[in-house]
Write a protein that binds this ligand. Sequence first.
Ligand SMILES: [Zn+2]
Length: 232
Amino acid sequence: MGALAVAAALGCPVRAQELGPLGPLAADGRVTYFIAPPATGSAYRNGDADLATWALRAWERAAGGALTFVRVDSAEDALVRLYWAPPGGGQYGEMVPLDVHRKRGAAVFVRPETNAFGPDIAGRAADDALFRDTIVYLTCVHELGHALGLRHTDQFEDVMYFFGFGGDIPEFFGRYRRQLHARGDIATTAGISAGDLAQLRSLYALPLQAAARELELPETKGLWTPLRLVRP
Ligand SMILES: [Zn+2]
């Protein structure tokens, strides 16, 4: 019981598991976002905002043009809001659903203090800045995945894998780290699996298709094109 509780706390909270997609979104799939300045005590490093932006772009690429993330200057105008939080509860991050002008939005909290996750993770992060950046980047991808409505999985290859299922958590980060030669490689290495992509498609293909039909737009781009190739 005790061990299970500790393991569960290492991931991120399980609340909001049946959220559905952001929005409803317009047919253009536009999603406004805001990246907050770092909170005091958050262990934010210069350039971490790049990691968050690359995580958003990774989901955007995965959506194949169906979603477009647009940065705005104030949190109030943003459907998705990302905050850098101090360490807490052994959690890498957290996502809290928001009501934004009657649309389902999300606040994402990322905790960049890698000393909070046990000696193995802390040691590797201290020795290797790219391992540390990997943790922060994949946490952004995972929590933004929740913001998009994706649920936890028990598949270790998924970025939405829940650490409460156990397994080699340093290797969860290590396999991504091994794909990097320089920090800039993160911008082109999504870390999103086929299973994650299938969840994204199942959430957005039909709503965006319906929104396009309302506007009588041609259904030519993005998630719904490859969806037809996927057998049930
Ligand atoms: Zn999670």
